[in-house]
Write a protein that binds this ligand. Structure first.
Ligand code: CMC
Length: 458
C-alpha cells in the first residue's frame, strides 16, 4: 500500500491522533500518513526540502525496521548541501556565480577575478586582486621531481590520466596541506592548485609531443603563461595571439563552477573524509574525465569526425534515436531543460575565433546536428539542448589543441569551483563524512561452503 503525503503550509494539520504524530513545526510541513501502520507524521519543510533523516522516524513495529529511507540513485532529487556559490535555473537557462550573471562575467571579468569571487563570495578589491595574481603567478613552478614523474608516463598516455595522478601526487610534496582546518594552509594549497595545474597540464602536453618542457614565465598573465608553456619554442618571450588568450580566458570562466555536478560532488565526498585538498581535487579530475561529464568535449569531436559529412547527419540522428548510435554527445543536461547559457556564449566565441583562423571544417556538421536535433521530437520532448561541450571542441581544435587535451582545458577552468566547493563543505557545520545508505538486495545469511579443493567447510 502506498503511503499518502500532503504539504501543509501552516503545519500541525496531521489527521493522526496527537500521540502518533511527530512534533510538528510552526512553519511549513509535509503531512505523511503511513498506510502500513495507520500512523501520521508531520515533517518540517524548509527551502522546498524535507530532511531525509526526518523520515527515519517513520517505522513499523518490525524490530529490524531501522526507519524509512529515501531512495534516490544518482541524486535525481536530493540536495546534498546548502551552497551560496553557484545558482542555476535549468528551465530558464540561468547561471550565476555568487549572484553575478555568467554572461556579464564572461564579457568583463578575468579568470582569476572569478576564482577569487567563487571562493570569497565577493569580487576582489584592486589590492586583493593584485596580491592574489602575484601569489598565483609566483607558485606556478613545480618541484623538479615532477619532470621525472611525468617522464614515467608512456608517450601516448591520456593527458587527463597524467593530470589526475599529478594533482594527487602534489599531496606528497606538501604534507602540511593535511592541516585543512588551518586557514593559512588552506590558502596556500588553494593558490598552489590554481597556479600549478596549468603547468602540469602544459608539461603533460609537451611530454606527449616529445617536446622539452617550458618553464613558467612570470611576466605573463595566467592564460598567456599557459599558452607560452604549451607553444613556446626558441622565442625569448612568447607572444600569444590575443584572440586565443581572451577566448581561453572566457572558456575558463564559463567552466569555473557548476554547482553540484559529478566532479564537484566527488571533491566534496572525498574531501568530507578530511583528506588533503590535492587528494580531494584529484577525485574531481577523475570524475571529469568521464564521457558523460567533462570528457564529452573530446567525444563530441570524435563523433563529428565519425559522421564525416553533412549528408550523413540525418542517418546518424536516426541511429541515436534508435539507440544504436549511442548518445548525441554535447547534448542534454541533468539540470538545464533549455539551452545551456554557456553553450550560447561558446557558439558566439567560436565565430570570433574562426574569424582569425578560418572556419573549422566540421562546423557545418555541428550546425546541422544542432538544427536537426532542435526540430526533432525525440530531442525536444526530452528537452535535450546543446550543452557547453558541444562547440568548445571546435574552438580548441582551431587553436591546435589535440582532441584528448580538451578535457584538461575544462579541468583548468573548473579548478576554482572545486576549491570553493571543497572549502564550503569543510566549513559547513552540518556536513559530516559523506556516507549514503543502501537498500540491501543480496543473499540472506548462508553457511560458508567453499568450492575450492581441500578447503574447510562449515
Ligand atoms: N542523446 C540522446 N538521448 C539522450 C541524450 C543524448 N545526449 N541525453 C539524454 N538522452 C535521453 C536518454 O536516453 C533518456 O531517454 P529515455 O527517457 O527515453 O530513456 C532521456 O534523454 C533522459 O536521459 P538521462 O540519461 O536520464 O538524463 P541524465 O540527466 O541522467 O543525463 C547527461 C544527463 C548529460 C549525462 C546526458 O544528457 C548525456 O549523456 N549527454 C551526453 C553527454 C554529454 O554531453 N555530457 C556533458 C554534460 S554538460 C557538461 C558537464 O557537466 O560536464
Amino acid at each position: 500500500m502506498p503511503k499518502t503525503a500532503t504539504v501543509n503550509k501552516s503545519g500541525r494539520k496531521s489527521a493522526a491522533p496527537p500521540a502518533a504524530a511527530a512534533a510538528a513545526p510552526s512553519g511549513s510541513a509535509l503531512d505523511i500518513k503511513d498506510n502500513r501502520t495507520g500512523k501520521s507524521y508531520s515533517v518540517p519543510v524548509a527551502d522546498c526540502a524535507t530532511r531525509a533523516t526526518e523520515l527515519k522516524k517513520i517505522k513499523t513495529e518490525n524490530p529490524d525496521d531501522s526507519g524509512l529511507m529515501s531512495y534516490d540513485p544518482a541524486f535525481l532529487n536530493t540536495a546534498s548541501c546548502k551552497s551560496s556559490i553557484t545558482y542555476i535555473d535549468g528551465d530558464k537557462g540561468i547561471l550565476r556565480y555568487r549572484g553575478y550573471p555568467i554572461e556579464q562575467l564572461a564579457e568583463n571579468a578575468t579568470f582569476l577575478e572569478v576564482a577569487w569571487l567563487l571562493r570569497h563570495g565577493e569580487l576582489p578589491s584592486q589590492e586583493e586582486y593584485d596580491k592574489f595574481v602575484h601569489d598565483v603567478t609566483f607558485h606556478t613552478y613545480v618541484h623538479e621531481n615532477f619532470r621525472k614523474f611525468l617522464e614515467g608516463f608512456r608517450y601516448d598516455a591520456h593527458p587527463m590520466a597524467m593530470l589526475n595522478s599529478s594533482i594527487a601526487g602534489l599531496a606528497s610534496f606538501y604534507p602540511s596541506a593535511r592541516n585543512i582546518f588551518d586557514e593559512t594552509e588552506r590558502n596556500i594549497s588553494i593558490v598552489r592548485l590554481l597556479a600549478k595545474t596549468p603547468t602540469i597540464a602544459a608539461f603533460s602536453y609537451r611530454h606527449v609531443k616529445g617536446l622539452p618542457f617550458v618553464y613558467p614565465d612570470n611576466r605573463l598573465s595566467y592564460v598567456e603563461n599557459f599558452l607560452s608553456m604549451i607553444a613556446r619554442m626558441s622565442e625569448s618571450k612568447y607572444e600569444a595571439n590575443p584572440t586565443f588568450t581572451r577566448a581561453l580566458e572566457i572558456l575558463f570562466i564559463l567552466h569555473a563552477d557548476h554547482e553540484q555536478n559529478c566532479s564537484a560532488n566527488a571533491v566534496r565526498a572525498v574531501g568530507s573524509s578530511h583528506v588533503d585538498p590535492f587528494s580531494a581535487v584529484s577525485a574531481g579530475v577523475a570524475a571529469l574525465f568521464g564521457p558523460l561529464h567533462g570528457g564529452a568535449n573530446e567525444q563530441v569531436l570524435r563523433m563529428i569526425q565519425e559522421i564525416g559529412s553533412v549528408k550523413n547527419v540525418p542517418k546518424f540522428i536516426e541511429s541515436v534515436k534508435s539507440g544504436e548510435g549511442g548518445r548525441l554527445m554535447g547534448f542534454g543536461h541533468r539540470v538545464y531543460k533549455s539551452y545551456d547559457p554557456r553553450a550560447k556564449i561558446v557558439k558566439k566565441l567560436a565565430d570570433e575565433v574562426f574569424k582569425v583562423v578560418g572556419v573549422d571544417k566540421d562546423l557545418e556538421i555541428a550546425l546541422e546536428l544542432e538544427r536537426i536535433a532542435l526540430s526533432d521530437d525525440y530531442f525536444t520532448s526530452r528537452k535535450l539542448y546543446p550543452n557547453v561541450d558541444f562547440y568548445t571542441g571546435l574552438i580548441y581544435r582551431s587553436m591546435a589543441f589535440p582532441t584528448d587535451f580538451f578535457t584538461v582545458l575544462f579541468a583548468i577552468g573548473r579548478m576554482p569551483g572545486w576549491l570553493a566547493q571543497w572549502e564550503e563543505m569543510l566549513l559547513d557545520k552540518e556536513q559530516k563524512i559523506a556516507r549514503p545508505r543502501q537498500i540491501y538486495i543480496g543473499p540472506k545469511e548462508r553457511p560458508y561452503k567453499s568450492k575450492l579443493k581441500g578447503a574447510k567447510t562449515q
